[in-house]
Design a protein around this ligand. Structure first.
Ligand code: ADP
Ligand code: MG
Length: 269
């Protein structure tokens, strides 16, 4: 498998007045296509700083960052925005949905910045993404009409709208109860099964077990990097299968999320 993400000696120093904080200290990290990596570590260990750099939201102070083989550490702000918009999806602890705005419109938002898409295609893609996360019956609901788990699913659909290669999720279950967290983690597993590379920050050990690899950070350094031996099961509880209403696909291990999700009818929402 080829490397999607390759960091060499990535260092990030924040300067606030006279104080300099070394949030990342010469981090080396390779993530290959199709991996599901959980990032753990105490508060302040540098997890979010790492995610911001991986997501081209922020730039390292020093070091080399290759995304799909392309040097991104030296790119301009606009060029980094292009990588971010075309190749990376973000999910955060707070859902960041626009209030009084329907689910489908919230999901469309990232495409409004991408002028290559026609409006009709935008709507259809938003519907497809919401179907994929099990929300085909909530297309027109506004955030305050949705549960926390449903709002996070809208946020995941919004992250999927650009067909990203990589999804970066920073504590995506941090505001959710444990049952809802399981539902959300099952969605990440299905997206990963469909080929999307996932990097997920959590401080909960059982959430981290959904990944195939766990990286533990301390004081801006990767202290441990190990494969998950006994990955958490979750296949049977698939949100998409619950909502697919397609008994034929139940239990078929080979069925992919795309094929289990029913096709939406037309572009009308
Ligand atoms: P984590 O996500 O693991 O809790 P962070 O990456 O947010 O850790 O923070 C790592 C360190 O960098 C902490 O000491 C934090 O105080 C500091 N830090 C994070 N963001 C900033 C910032 N924008 N300005 C100054 N210091 C920061
Ligand atoms: Mg953080």
């Amino acid at each position: 498998m080829s490397a999607v993400i390759s960091l060499k000696g990535i260092t990030k120093i924040y300067r606030t007045g006279n104080v300099a904080v070394r949030a990342l200290d010469a981090v080396d990290l390779t993530i290959r296509r199709g991996e599901f990596v959980s990032v753990m570590g105490a508060s302040g260990s540098g997890k979010s700083t790492l995610m911001n750099i991986l997501g081209c939201l922020d730039q390292a102070t020093a070091g080399e960052y290759l995304f799909e083989g392309e040097r991104v550490d030296s790119l301009s702000k606009n060029e980094r925005a292009r990588i971010r918009n075309q190749k990376i999806g973000f999910v955060f602890q707070v859902f960041n949905l626009l209030p009084r705005t329907s689910a489908v419109e919230n999901v469309e938002l990232p495409l409004l910045y991408n002028h290559e898409q026609s409006v009709k295609d935008t709507r259809q893609r938003a519907i497809d993404a919401l179907v994929r996360v099990g929300l085909k019956d909530r297309l027109l609901h506004e955030p305050n009409e949705l549960s926390g788990g449903q709002q996070q699913r809208v946020a995941i659909a919004r992250a999927l709208i650009n067909h990203p290669r990589v999804i970066l999720a920073d504590e995506p279950t941090g505001n959710l109860d444990s049952r809802t967290s399981v539902e959300i983690m099952n969605i990440f597993c299905e997206l990963n099964d469909a080929g999307i590379t996932i990097v997920l920050v959590t401080h909960e050990t059982d959430i981290a077990q959904y990944g195939r690899r766990i990286i533990t950070m301390r004081d801006g350094v990767i202290k441990e990097d190990k494969a998950v031996k006994k990955r958490r099961p979750g296949r049977g509880q698939s949100v998409m299968r619950h909502t697919a209403q397609d008994a034929d696909t139940e239990g078929k291990k080979t069925a992919r999320p795309r094929s289990t999700a029913p096709k939406p009818r037309g572009g009308k929402a």
